[in-house]
Design a protein around this ligand. Structure first.
Ligand code: CS2
Length: 505
């Protein structure tokens, strides 16, 4: 006889095995206070878990309304479960299961943009947070708003039916202003440098374009309000969250005795450093391990350049060396040594007077990258390299060249990215990972290495306008030649033997 198992929900919570942590609060009493755009696995392992602890400690105003800007998948998985899901916190040999209750409802923007705008304009919504991934900020090669992007064009023409975060936030802030409702605070939680300021700048640009098109008599516009009247704190977020597999789903179901359509896997480590600039209140996050600071910049740069930079290096060199997961790649002595070299190059680019303990930080990173229970796939991190490398690798590499040094490890990451992109459909499966530039990269055709690297830099806007651009291209091209001649192994073994930058060192 076919047995059907029940699924995780408010009704089945009490039946879970002892040892499973469940929301220790009356979910029905919680009012919505946060709208989150981009309810992916990262948000569910990070912010939603912090908020869950605040709610368990007695706060009642900060329930989360989750919004997916594109796909209905998360809503389809979580709505039948009353928004509940399991967070599996995994270290080598151990697993702790926690059911998170802070997501109260889910909306899918393309299905119902009006419902998203209603949630954003609800006076109870006092914070809007975002994890929409780097590419959804729609930055052009030079860093400004990509005004030619079809979704930006759409949202300027249809302000009531937006598709982008820019369109939703601007329209909601305009409606709140018109209704006399105080603005919400916009808290960016993506891996961008100065992420709050970056979003603030992009949104102000968007609002100015929108105002320029507005023909409504007496409409005073929204640009000034967004530029001067809305808080955009920056934040540094950190927790490693591998994509959930079917094996994870099966394991969690057998441990819980109920099905969970989308449990989230993560590591024990977590960190959140937030600029304390909230115009309409916030949860008491500092009681649960969040660090509230005046300036998040040094923490952001340390995380982007040491964690994410190393991650991208491990991903592309790992893929080229046949390693499917971060822990396996990191156990490869050549890659391990390369990561130390990358850290040596990147650490001097961080502010020396900000109290950062980079030795403790990198020692902890080495442990985190060695977590064998996560099986964090190199192909997952490899996605969207053109959007990630500028803040992880290129900014630091430019600073090293300016200081007279040759950033060989940093530039090897760029060469490995180019090589890994080109290896898809050959030594790597088609679509093993994707990039917004895929179509444009494919159209480049055959070229000599130096020309090809320069063309890739142009497409991606890497080092645009920087006097160090040409030196970077030459360093990348030299690595690219090594990879072509002898794979990642030759490029790794050649580190340190290239001639110095003429006139510099
Ligand atoms: C990773 C990040 O996929 C990636 O690009 O580098 O998602 C990384 O795991 C997180 O930023 C860790 O906080």
């Amino acid at each position: 006889m076919l047995m059907t198992r029940s699924h995780l929900s408010d009704a089945t919570l009490r039946k879970l095995p002892a040892g499973t942590k469940i929301p220790a609060y009356d979910r029905g009493r919680i009012a919505p206070g946060i709208v989150h755009l981009g309810v992916g696995a990262f948000h569910r392992a990070h912010q939603a878990a912090y908020v869950d602890e605040c709610l368990a400690a007695g706060e009642t105003d900060w329930g989360i309304t989750g919004v997916s800007l594109r796909s209905p998948d998360t809503r389809d998985a979580l709505s039948p479960q009353d928004g509940l899901y399991t967070l599996a916190i995994r270290s080598s040999g151990e697993e702790e299961l926690r059911v998170i209750g802070s997501i109260q409802s889910m909306l899918v923007a393309p299905e119902n943009p009006s419902a998203v705008l209603a949630a954003l304009t609800d006076p109870r919504t006092r914070i809007v947070t975002l994890t929409i991934t780097e590419k959804a900020y729609l930055r052009a090669a030079g860093g400004g708003l990509d005004t030619a992007h079809p979704d930006i064009i759409h949202d300027l023409a249809n302000p009531q039916m937006p598709k982008t975060a820019h369109g939703f936030l601007t329209e909601a802030l305009a409606r709140r202003l018109a209704a006399g409702t105080a603005p919400f605070t916009v808290l960016c939680c993506d891996n961008l440098p100065a992420n709050g300021a970056t979003l603030h700048r992009l949104l102000t640009e968007f609002a100015a374009l929108r105002d320029a098109r507005s023909v409504t008599a007496g409409d005073t516009g929204i640009t000034d309000h967004i530029a001067n009247g809305v808080a955009f704190p920056s934040s540094m977020v950190d927790r490693i969250v591998p994509a959930t597999t079917d094996a994870d789903r099966a394991r969690i179901a057998s441990e819980l005795g109920v099905d969970d359509a989308w449990p989230v896997m993560t590591e024990p480590f977590r960190q959140w450093v937030v600029e304390d600039n909230f115009s309409a209140g916030r949860p008491d996050w500092e009681k649960f391990g969040v660090t509230m600071v005046g300036d998040v910049g040094p923490f952001e740069d340390m995380k982007l350049r040491l964690l994410n930079g190393a991650h991208s290096g491990i991903a592309y060199l790992g893929l080229l060396s046949g390693h499917a997961t971060v822990d396996r790649a990191f156990a490869d002595p050549a890659i391990r040594e390369f990561v130390d070299g990358l850290w040596e190059e990147a650490i001097p680019t961080l502010p020396a007077d900000a109290g950062l303990d980079t030795s403790a930080y990198t020692a902890e990173l080495a442990e985190r990258f060695s977590n064998t229970a996560l099986a964090h796939r190199t192909a997952q991190i490899a996605n969207d390299g053109s959007q990630k490398l500028p803040q992880r690798i290129i900014a630091g590499a430019i600073e090293r060249i300016q200081a007279g040094f040759r950033p060989e490890c940093l530039t090897l990451v760029i060469a490995a990215w180019i090589a890994a992109c080109e290896a898809r459909g050959k030594t790597l499966p088609d679509n093993h990972f994707t990039d917004p530039l895929d179509t444009a990269l494919a159209a480049l055709g055959e070229r000599r290495t130096l020309e090809r690297v320069a063309a890739v830099f142009d497409l991606a806007g890497f080092a645009k306008g920087s006097p160090e651009r040409q030196t970077l291209i030459e360093l990348v091209a030299a690595h690219r030649v090594h990879i072509r001649q002898g794979g990642a192994a030759l490029a790794l073994s050649a580190l340190g033997i290239l001639p110095a930058i003429p006139g510099k060192t």
